[in-house]
Design a protein around this ligand. Structure first.
Ligand SMILES: Cc1cc2nc3c(=O)[nH]c(=O)nc-3n(C[C@H](O)[C@H](O)[C@H](O)COP(=O)(O)OP(=O)(O)OC[C@H]3O[C@@H](n4cnc5c(N)ncnc54)[C@H](O)[C@@H]3O)c2cc1C
Ligand SMILES: *[C@@H]1O[C@H](CO)[C@@H](O)[C@H](O)[C@H]1NC(C)=O
Ligand SMILES: *[C@@H]1O[C@H](CO)[C@@H](O)[C@H](O)[C@H]1NC(C)=O
Ligand SMILES: *[C@@H]1O[C@H](CO)[C@@H](O)[C@H](O)[C@H]1NC(C)=O
Ligand SMILES: *[C@@H]1O[C@H](CO)[C@@H](O)[C@H](O)[C@H]1NC(C)=O
Ligand SMILES: *[C@@H]1O[C@H](CO)[C@@H](O)[C@H](O)[C@H]1NC(C)=O
Ligand SMILES: *[C@@H]1O[C@H](CO)[C@@H](O)[C@H](O)[C@H]1NC(C)=O
Ligand SMILES: *[C@@H]1O[C@H](CO)[C@@H](O)[C@H](O)[C@H]1NC(C)=O
Ligand SMILES: *[C@@H]1O[C@H](CO)[C@@H](O)[C@H](O)[C@H]1NC(C)=O
Ligand SMILES: *[C@@H]1O[C@H](CO)[C@@H](O)[C@H](O)[C@H]1NC(C)=O
Length: 629
């Protein structure tokens, strides 16, 4: 009897087209009016003006149109004011609220729960920065005008249809963590997926050859929430590193590295099936077999490009203990721990760590390291080893070559192995605070393991790494992992990371980060910002050219953590000379012939560009066709 109920339930689960009750709430054919009518992809093309309709245009929907749209939406249309407005003279000025933003908001959920905020300020044009001494007036800048606070599939279908029919710029905004402004845009209508928070643990589920535990997840869940669920259900799932990052928006769409990457694959590899609304307004169930083109493109092909994911079915693992081990050493900082007085020894130590890193990853470890230059004579190195499923004995033999090597260089370190913990300890209960906008800017690279194959090659690679810090003054943040196709298995073999040697053959993804960029852009409206920007970017480009030269054709870069001016991004983000980019482009053209979903440096985005005025790579400008249609 129990068996029967389970099988029936499984049948129901598989037969149903959708995961959650709010996904059953859909737009019906017979309730549409022209503004919200469904589209037909076959033979369709964009037929609006050269630039997407913006607020001052005569074609901008009238107040009556917006009101009618809002009524159709059941009132979930928002017209938010940028949070920083409270710091500027004018109707929104509020000294106390401004003080809260300046001193406390980052430690609360304020920014995470604000429907407009994105965490990368410069990408919005910095037109309403939170500041104690604001310059000029606060304007909406690169932030959207209207936001659909979606809680049903119907809301999403309505937003997609309205934007397509009225030729508006459309963005999808989940947790707003994208580093290049992909979830924001001047004059845009935004689909806000943040409140799609449902979660369900399912002990047994079947998709293709996969049979086992899964979870159903709403698109808006963040890392911290999953961490608490892991605790509650005695299980492990993969999550992004930052507590407030959206786990099922940009992260799975771009690739998604995490501390279990070397044992279970990346974020994109966790998704067995999902639900999505495409540019025609239609709602689909997607698996490796059904709507396989969307499965391929939406997992690895970049967020905000092919459709709006509403929920997913993801792999669940038994609770996976991880030993977390921290190592650091410095030079030129006499009071710091593990000090060495020798710059040569410092770099030899870092050399040794990187040199041994593939062997450590082979055992299932993922590690996060930072090399920083405090001054021309002072440097620090630190690494956090994440060592899943390994015993203390195994860890000792794995790390002894590194520790004895450092000892021999005069860098005194002790190998002390702490007890294993769950990968993302939930206790004390996580609350998801800590997100605040910043002006971080960086470039990145996926380093081929082949560059570690002999010392000549490796030394050239290491010299390029060293130059980013020593000459460029940038922070080098390495994430070392090893996720060959064979280890990843199904359904990672069906998404668009499959067949990509840059990801599957990478031993490290590294961010080359600019600590000084905040000072470079300040308020983007300030005098001389263009000159400062291009000078600083030139310095970044110079060291990056060195990295690109050694990593060669086999290298690539992680779309989600990248330079918005990455040269040849199509090849670099989407599989070099392989067929991946062409395939992604085909899916884009077939599923979205209107180019409705637009985000910078995504497949098909070449047809459009943001006319920024100053030529800076922000989203504060009209989105216009680059070619005559
Ligand atoms: C503090 C911090 C820590 C991070 N840690 C990691 C990490 O450990 N590993 C890692 O790989 N990356 C990490 N990242 C990068 C992160 O993966 C990307 O910034 C990612 O885009 C964030 O997704 P989001 O949904 O939170 O952000 P958003 O900015 O809301 O969305 C990102 C992109 O996805 C699109 N999108 C959002 N939701 C949907 C949807 N439902 N359907 C279709 N498209 C959608 C958006 O349009 C946008 O293009 C981190 C970023 C930050 C700021
Ligand atoms: C949409 O309607 C709701 C409910 O009537 C209202 O509270 C909200 O302000 C409206 N939104 C806009 C942008 O007018
Ligand atoms: C700011 O707005 C006020 C009132 O609209 C206007 O008088 C002033 O010129 C504006 N300042 C700038 C720097 O644009
Ligand atoms: C968006 O919708 C959610 C869920 O209904 C609600 O809790 C939240 O307050 C809404 N946000 C805004 C800014 O109205
Ligand atoms: C959690 O799961 C593990 C392995 O699946 C099992 O050994 C352990 O007893 C479980 N713990 C609890 C508290 O249920
Ligand atoms: C570094 O140099 C100082 C002063 O010369 C010396 O006292 C100290 O022991 C040295 N430290 C190391 C780690 O060599
Ligand atoms: C290493 O351990 C020894 C013995 O416990 C201790 O004296 C020493 O300070 C430690 N060194 C470092 C660098 O932690
Ligand atoms: C190192 O590898 C490169 C590329 O495979 C090769 O050209 C070179 O000869 C090798 N060098 C040595 C010393 O083996
Ligand atoms: C590579 O660099 C290391 C460390 O600086 C050095 O010992 C070694 O001789 C170099 N090897 C080659 C082949 O250049
Ligand atoms: C590093 O490896 C990649 C991939 O095999 C290759 O294209 C590149 O030329 C290598 N770098 C060097 C300096 O040989």
């Amino acid at each position: 009897m129990r068996w029967l109920t389970t099988s029936l339930l499984t049948l129901v689960t598989l037969a149903s087209c959708t995961n959650f009750p709010w996904e059953e709430v859909q737009l019906a054919e017979d309730e549409v009016y022209p503004d919200i009518a469904f589209g037909k992809t076959y033979g369709a093309r964009y037929s609006g003006p050269r630039c997407r309709v913006a607020p001052d245009d005569p074609q901008w929907p009238s107040e009556e149109s917006w009101d009618k749209f809002n009524k159709t939406l059941g009132g979930v249309l928002l017209k938010p004011v940028p949070p920083g407005a409270v710091c500027y003279p004018g109707e929104h000025y509020d000294a106390d609220k401004c003080k809260f933003l300046l001193s406390q908001a980052g430690g609360t959920r304020f920014y995470s729960d604000h429907p407009l905020t994105v965490l990368t300020d410069w990408a919005t044009g910095n037109t309403c920065q939170v500041s104690a001494s604001p310059v000029g007036n606060c304007t909406q800048g690169g932030l959207p005008v209207y936001v659909v606070n979606a809680t049903t599939v119907r809301h999403i279908q309505l937003a997609v249809n309205f934007a397509r029919n009225r030729h508006l710029r459309l963005v999808i905004r989940n947790a707003g963590h994208d580093f290049n402004g992909r979830s924001t845009g001047y004059g845009a209508l935004s689909i806000y997926t943040h409140h799609l928070k449902d979660f369900e643990y399912i002990p047994e589920y079947i998709v293709g050859p996969y049979k086992g535990r899964v979870a159903r997840v709403g698109a808006g869940i963040e890392t911290w929430e999953l961490t608490n669920y892991m605790d509650q259900y005695n299980m492990t799932v993969e999550v992004p590193g930052g507590e407030t990052v959206g786990a099922f928006g940009g992260w799975i769409a771009g690739g998604g590295h995490n501390l279990l990457s070397s044992v279970y694959g990346h974020g994109a590899d966790q998704v067995l099936a999902f639900q999505a609304v495409t540019a025609d307004g239609r709602y689909h169930s997607v698996t490796p077999e059904k709507n396989a083109d969307l499965f391929y493109a939406m997992l690895g092909g970049g967020g905000g490009t092919y459709g709006v994911l509403t929920s997913a079915i993801i792999k669940v693992y038994p609770p996976t203990p991880v030993t977390k081990l921290h190592l650091e050493f410095r030079v030129g900082a006499p009071d710091a721990p593990f000090n060495t007085n020798s710059t040569a020894a410092f770099w030899d130590g870092v050399w040794l760590y990187q040199f041994l890193s593939p062997s450590i990853c082979d055992a299932g470890a993922t590690h996060y390291s930072y090399i920083r230059r405090q001054s021309p004579t002072s440097y620090s190195f630190e690494v956090d080893f994440q060592l899943p499923l390994l015993t203390p004995t195994q860890i000792t033999s794995l790390l002894t070559p590194l520790y004895t090597g450092l000892d021999a260089l005069g860098i005194l370190v002790n190998l002390t192995i702490p007890p294993a913990v769950s990968p993302n300890p939930a206790r004390p209960r996580k609350t998801g605070t800590g997100a605040a906008p910043s002006n971080l800017y960086f470039a990145s690279r996926l380093f081929p393991r082949a560059n570690w194959s002999n010392r000549t090659l490796y030394n050239a690679t290491f010299a390029a790494i060293r130059a980013t810090v020593e000459e460029g003054g940038f922070v080098f943040h390495g994430v070392n992992f090893w996720t060959p196709a064979a280890a990843v298995g199904y359904p990672g073999s069906k998404n668009s990371l499959a067949g990509r040697e840059d990801w599957r053959g990478a031993i490290m993804h590294a961010d080359i980060m600019d600590r000084d960029f905040a000072g470079v852009v300040g308020a983007m409206g300030n005098e001389g910002v263009e000159e400062r920007f291009w000078k600083r970017h030139g310095q970044l480009k110079k060291v990056m050219d060195g990295v690109r030269a050694v990593t060669g054709e086999g290298g690539g870069a992680y779309f989600n953590e990248a330079d918005v001016l990455e040269p040849g991004w199509q090849g670099t983000f989407f599989g070099g000379a392989g067929e991946t980019y062409q395939r992604l482009l085909r899916v884009k053209r077939e599923r979205d012939p209107w180019g409705l979903f637009w985000a910078v440096m995504t497949p098909g985005s070449e047809r459009w560009r943001v006319e920024e005025g100053r030529g800076l790579p922000t989203q504060n400008g009209r989105l216009c066709l680059t070619e005559k249609e």
